[in-house]
Ligand binder design. Structure first.
Ligand code: SAM
Length: 260
């Protein structure tokens, strides 16, 4: 039997945010390579015989190097297995999809990409924050907080980022104060609404609503844990009016970020 890889987005938080297609291929997998940003119960969806291999990164400790993950994926598919590579959120957003798919393509192995619901969109929504708002914000920018420099973030200047109606920062916690300070220095109004959403769409979701100027001190006091998404822009003010998600009402079960 020919092996095949499925690069699947698990969605953020709640296990039931995975797509129907994602769940279908997971239920037929012979092996699952998974990260830590997923609901533990998703692993129960794979058949009992399926090998479950953790290839995620712990903060400060990279359990697996990226080339090790890619090699494992290629080896398992080449041996004839149906392999699901399960990634939090969407597999095409800050998730090394290009490297893994390119290695499969170079090895002549078949693969399918199954989109997922990205935390960039779904985590703000679970705090009542849509990224666009008619007449107020009609564009958004998503950047990585790991790519902050004095000149910009993810290769975009602070001046351009400060001008984006809605700015979403993933991996936002480590350099939260720098991001807020650079945006203000680049001309963004310090009173701009900002929200930090930690462990979104899970039973542990917490939301901090503040302004660009006050958010770092609020987080310093609150110490919301990772993973977290930062939203800067007028849309963040909607969190006060449109809050709908009551974490206590949603039993998401354990998340792998708890266990590792
Ligand atoms: C390496 S990126 C992966 C993004 C993922 N591929 C996606 O589309 O959501 C990891 C970052 O995603 C964000 N993230 C993922 N799941 C989250 C969640 N449930 N709550 C808050 N942030 C989350 C955090 O900013 C985290 O640092």
């Amino acid at each position: 039997m020919t092996g095949k890889a499925y690069l699947v987005g698990a969605g953020p938080g709640r296990a039931d945010l995975i797509t129907v297609r994602g769940l279908s291929v997971l239920r037929q997998a012979d092996a699952v390579l998974y990260d830590r940003l997923i609901a533990a119960s998703l692993l129960d969806e794979a058949p009992p015989h399926a090998e479950r291999i953790f290839v995620g990164k712990r903060p400060g400790c990279h359990a697996f190097r990226q080339d090790g993950i890619t090699e494992t994926l290629v080896r398992l598919v080449r041996s004839g297995l149906q392999v699901v590579r399960l990634k939090g959120g969407d597999p095409g957003v800050f998730a090394h999809l290009a490297e893994e798919a390119a290695a499969l393509a170079a090895a002549g192995l078949p693969f399918e990409i199954v989109p997922g619901v990205s935390s960039a969109l779904a985590v703000p929504l679970h705090a009542g924050i849509p990224l666009t708002w008619r007449g107020v914000a009609s564009a958004f920018t998503v950047v990585s907080g790991h790519e902050v420099t004095p000149h910009g973030c993810s290769g975009i200047s602070w001046a351009l980022l400060a001008a984006s109606p809605t700015l979403v920062v993933l991996m936002a916690l480590e350099r939260l104060a720098q991001v807020c300070n650079y945006l203000i220095a680049a001309g963004r109004n310090p009173e701009t609404p900002a929200a930090l959403i930690s462990r979104g769409a899970s039973a542990d979701q917490r939301v901090l609503r503040a302004t660009l100027a006050t958010l770092p001190a609020r987080q310093q006091a609150a110490q919301l844990p990772p993973p977290a998404v930062l939203v800067v822009g007028e849309v963040a003010a909607l969190a006060d009016r449109l809050a709908w998600y009551d974490p206590a009402q949603f039993s998401t079960g354990p998340m792998l970020w708890d266990e590792l």
